[in-house]
Each structure stands twice: as C-alpha cells, then as structure tokens.
Design a protein around this ligand. Structure first.
Ligand SMILES: NC(=O)c1ccc[n+]([C@@H]2O[C@H](COP(=O)([O-])OP(=O)(O)OC[C@H]3O[C@@H](n4cnc5c(N)ncnc54)[C@H](OP(=O)(O)O)[C@@H]3O)[C@@H](O)[C@H]2O)c1
Length: 341
C-alpha cells in the first residue's frame, strides 16, 4: 500500500500530540505528514517518526494533496475547515462535536459499527469520549440481550474536551489551595481542585447539559437504537486523564453478572478488571495511557430483575479520541473504503 499523505489539525494540542504517538505506535503508513495549528504556535517544530516537522497555520489551501486529515482543533475550527479539506479530496476524521449528529456523517466506534464507514461522504466523526467508552462496554452485551435503558453518571477528567489549559488550571489551583491561597476559575464556572462539578458544557432548556444530551443522542445513533432510553449525568472531577462511569443498564431479558463477564472478557478492546476480593477494579490512575475500555464492579441491580450495574474507565485522550480515530482510518484502509462513496 502506498504511504498516505496525512494532515493533523490541532497538532500542538493534547489530542494532536496523541495522534502523533498513536500513528507512530501503530506504524501507520505515513507518507508526507503536515501539522497544523493556529497562528499562536505556527512555526513550532514537532517530531514525527524521528523527523522534525514545522507546524503551520491552517488555511483553506492546507489540504491540497492530503489523503487523510485528522481534526482536533475544537468544533468551531472543524466546522469551518473540515468541509474545505473534504472538498479538496481528503478523508476527514473529526474528533469534535461539529458533525456528529449530521445524518450523512458516520459516527463510529470501530468495535461497534465499522460498517457505517462504508458509505462515508468524506467526513467521519469520532464520538464524544464519554460516549465511546460506555457504548464500547455495553454493545457486546446488547448483541446477546438487547438493551432497554441506560442510566449513567460520569466522572470526567479535566483533559476531556477542555484540553491542556484545564489540566494546567487543576495543577495551579491545587498548589494555591495547599499554600492557603484563593483560586480564580477560568476553565470552569467553579474551582475544580478538591471539588466536583455537575456541569459539563452549557445547560439546555430541559435541565440536562449539552454534554449529557450529546451522550444520549450519540449512543442511539451509533447503536442504531432510536428507541433506547438513556439518561446521563456528566460530572467533572479533579483527575487529569481517564473518564470513569457508573452505569446501570436494563436488558430485555434477565442476565447474570457471570454471563456479562464471560461476554466482555471475550470482546475486542475490552479489559475486564473485576475481583472485589482483591479490590480489583479499573481506576484512572492505572488505566491512563492504555488502550482498552476497562470494566469492573459488575453486579446485579437489586432493584430490577433484568438490570446490571458496572464501572467503566478508559483513557479519554487515547480510546476517547486519537486511538479511536486512528482505528477508524485503519478500517478504511483495510476495507478499501478511503474513497468517497
Ligand atoms: N472524544 C473526542 O473525540 C475528543 C476528546 C477530547 C477532545 N476532543 C476534541 O479535540 C479538541 C482539542 O482538544 P485538546 O484537548 O487537544 O485541546 P488543546 O490541548 O487545547 O489543543 C487545541 C488545539 O487546537 C488548535 N487550535 C485552536 N484554535 C485554532 C484555530 N483557530 N485554528 C487552528 N488550530 C486551532 C490549537 O492550536 P494552538 O496550539 O496554536 O493554540 C491546538 O493545537 C477539543 O476541542 C474537542 O473538540 C475530542
């Protein structure tokens, strides 16, 4: 296969840096690599496969002769430049929310709905990181016993969606508090250090936040289950990397925790860490930097005969963003689906 000409937009950010790492680790067939950011960091030098690459300011002319463009500059910039890149002939894989709910845009988790990539029109969307790990963990169970309802509470790290600035803010505030000083929030409405915030993105007319609504809508789209009941509460916690989720899931028929564990232990991309006797369950500290969606604390919901409760943790920068997007590109290559349908 000929090496591909690849562009990364948002290359200087958290997700952009992880894109470079994952592409290198996966020995992706990289030809020319172009790195783009804003005028703030244009001119910076980054390394890809030990070669120095100059970061350029993204423009309408950036995508000539690009085969594949990974986007991670945030929704506003993606909304503007993704169609320009697709029109120039690149296949765009966008990690932002800009196109996720467009009916013509595949929203894909490779372990769940790879077939949706077949008829792409040049732009493919990565789901929200909190959606990816929940759906990846539940879909293998849905295949043997269809889901009826999901109730999820998230514990989302500061690196998710809010980037390097929010990580820095957590560090600064933690130091300020420990030194007995006051803090001034910038990334969030309140101090994040030593706190939890039940507000991610803006509040909607119905009392949910946009992050919660995205999780609910995206889940139904990816699983092709328009009737599935989903209710989410999304909470920001003072953790740097990895989202955790407490999920109560109701199935059509009864299911035992043992059956669920057996299915999940054989599912690609899932790691079962579940042994209460030795306090084994996934935690952000141990899951950060790994690729799998980790599941533990699987137990029967004593309040409902067809329901289970579980705890799911994944690295929101890797499986929640860059890794998922690179896996999408790998499927496109493997199946010969790089061309626009
Ligand atoms: N599940 C997911 O797919 C997932 C998960 C997390 C994040 N995300 C998405 O990824 C985006 C970036 O997240 P992050 O954590 O990497 O944020 P970040 O660390 O703040 O990085 C943002 C990147 O976007 C670039 N950028 C900002 N404004 C730009 C502009 N006007 N033109 C060109 N480039 C611009 C920045 O360039 P400079 O360095 O020049 O400022 C930087 O490279 C988020 O906004 C979100 O949309 C997706």
């Amino acid at each position: 296969m000929r090496p591909l000409s690849v562009a990364i937009v948002g290359a200087t950010g958290m997700i952009g840096q992880e894109f470079i790492r994952v592409l290198e680790q996966h020995r992706f067939p990289l030809g020319q690599v172009q790195l783009f950011s804003s005028d703030r960091t244009a001119g910076k030098k980054l390394f890809v496969n030990h070669k120095e690459v100059d970061v350029q300011e993204v423009s309408s002319r950036s995508f000539e002769h690009v085969d594949l463009a990974f986007f991670a500059p945030g929704a506003e910039v993606s909304r503007h430049f993704s169609p320009i890149a697709a029109k120039a002939g690149a296949v765009v894989i966008d990690t932002s929310s800009a196109f996720r709910m467009e009916p013509w845009v595949p929203l894909v988790i490779p372990e769940v709905n790879p077939q949706d990539l077949k008829d792409h029109k040049g732009i493919i969307a990565n789901p929200d990181s909190s959606t990816i790990q929940m759906v990846a963990a539940l879909y293998p169970l849905h295949k043997i016993n269809p889901l009826r309802r999901i109730i999820v509470s998230t514990y989302q790290s500061v690196s998710g969606g809010t980037g390097s600035a929010a990580m820095e803010e957590l560090t600064i505030q933690t130091k300020q508090i420990l030194e007995g000083r006051s803090t001034t929030p910038h990334a969030y409405p309140h101090q994040i250090a030593f706190n939890v915030l039940p507000e991610i993105d803006v509040f909607l007319y119905n009392g949910y936040t946009k992050e919660e609504w995205k999780m609910m809508e995206e889940t139904r789209k990816i699983m092709h289950t328009p009737e599935l009941g989903v209710s989410a509460t999304c909470v920001r916690v003072p953790v740097y990397i990895c989202h955790s989720e407490s999920i109560t899931v109701e199935f059509t028929n009864p299911i035992t925790p043992e059956d669920a564990k057996k299915v999940l232990s054989q599912s690609p991309g899932i790691r079962l860490l579940d042994d209460p006797d030795i306090s084994l369950y996934p935690m952000p500290w141990s899951v950060a930097g790994t690729d799998e969606v980790c599941v533990g604390r699987i137990r029967r919901d004593v309040s409902h005969p067809n329901a289970l409760v579980m705890w799911v943790v994944a690295d929101n920068i890797r499986k929640g963003a860059a890794l998922n997007a690179v896996q999408i590109a790998e499927i496109l290559l493997l199946k010969g689906w790089m061309k626009v349908a």
